[in-house]
Design a protein. Sequence first.
Length: 450
Amino acid sequence: MLQAFKSKHIKRLPDGFYSDFLSNLAKERKPSAIRSLFPLEKTPGLISLLAGKPNASTFPFTSLSFNARSPINPGEETTLNISGDELAQGLQYGDTAGLKSLLDWLHGLQERNHGRKVDEGWKISVGSGSQDLIYKAVAAMVNPGDSVLVESPVYAGVIPMFHSLHCNQIEVDTDSQGIQSSSLRTILEQWPEGTPKPKVLYTVPYGCNPTGMTATLERRKEVLKLAREHNFIILEDDPYFYLYYGKAPRYPSYFALELEEPDVGRVLRFDSLSKILSAGIRIGFASGPDALLNAIDQHTATSNLQTSSLTQAIVFKLLDSWGYEGFKIHTERVSAFYAAKRDVFERAMNKHLAGLAEWSTPEAGMFFWFKLRLSDNADAGSGDSEAVIKTQAFEKGVLALPGTVFLPNGRATPYVRASFSLLGEEDVDKAIQRLRDTILDARAALAVLI
C-alpha cells in the first residue's frame, strides 16, 4: 500500500495555508536572534563569532560507552562507544530541531513506515518526549476561548493543556473501533453559524490511553475526509504505534493515509521512543507541515533551547547500530511482550470479573478500559466508578484510575482504566481478585439502598 502512495504525485498545501491555524502567541513570537543563525556557522571557510558556546576543551567527558541488548539475539550485548566528533556534538549546544544525524535517521524511519518522502513539504523536530511537542503544538495553534475537538475518553495529559488555554473541549464519541465519525460529522454539520469551527482534532489512534482502542482503517479514512471538508488539523498522537499486536496487519497511520487525499498537510504526527527504548531518556519527535513545525521550533528556541544533545547522540548511536531492520525486530519483540501481558490480564478478568464488568480486548498498548456492573437493576443507572475505585478498591489494596479523569467535563462514568504493563501473573490475579471483592461489596451496598 505504501509503495502505491510513493508513486503518486503529491500536492502539498502551501505554507500560507497555515496562517489561520497559528495562534496569536505563535504569530507574535519572534525567531531567536542567535539560534536562527546557527545553520550559517556550517558555511565552509566561515569564521563564526556568533554563539556563546562553552569551549569543549573545558568539558571533562572524553568518551561514553554503554551496553545494549541485540535486537536479533536478545541474550547478547554489544558495547557502543561515543567519542570524538560524535561526543563533541552530544556535549555542545545543537540545532533547535535536533541533531542532523538523528533527524536523518528518523526521516528514513517515517519513509519506511508511513511512505513519506522528505520533499513533500514536511519536516521532523525532536522533543523532550512527545508530550513536550504536543504542548508546544497546542500553544502554537490554539487561542484562549477556541473550541477544540478531542476524542472522548481522551488521554488525561492533554486535558490540562486545553484547560489552561480556557478552550472549549468538544468531546467526540469513540468506541472499540476508534472515533465515531458519525458523531464527529454531526458536531461539525450542526456547528452554530457565525462561530469559528475547531482548528484541531486530538486523537490517539493505536492502543488509546485510556480505552485501549485501535481505530479501524474505515474510521481513519472517514476522519481524514471530514478534516478536509471542515478544514481542521489532526493531531495524531501515536505513542503506541509500535505496541500493536493485533492479528490483522497494522492499519496505516493518518500521516500515511493522507497521501491518498487530493492534498497533504492536515496531519501533525507525534511519535515517542518512551515505550520502546526508554521512558526516562525523554525523546519524542513530531512530523508534519513545515509551517507548524517551525512554530514548534520557535517555541523551543525560547523555552528549553533544544532537546538534550547527549541523549540524542546516545539514541542515534543505538538506532544506527541496529539499522531499520534491527529496530523493526526490536519493536516486534516489544509488542509481543505486551500481547502476552494483555493475555495474562484478560485471563484474570475472565476468571474474576465475568458478569461484573464489560470490556473489549485491546489490540495495542498497555491498558484495559472496562465498565463496572455495579447493579443489575436498570433503574439504578450505570453507576459511578470514582468512589468505588479511589476509596474502596484502594482500601482493599489495589490502585486503578476511575474513568472520570479521562473525560474533559469530569462527568460520572462506570468505567475504569487499568494498566497491565508491569505486573507479573501472581500480582495480576491478586489485583483482579481484590477488584472483584470491591465490586461485590459495592453491589451489596447499592442493593440495600435500592
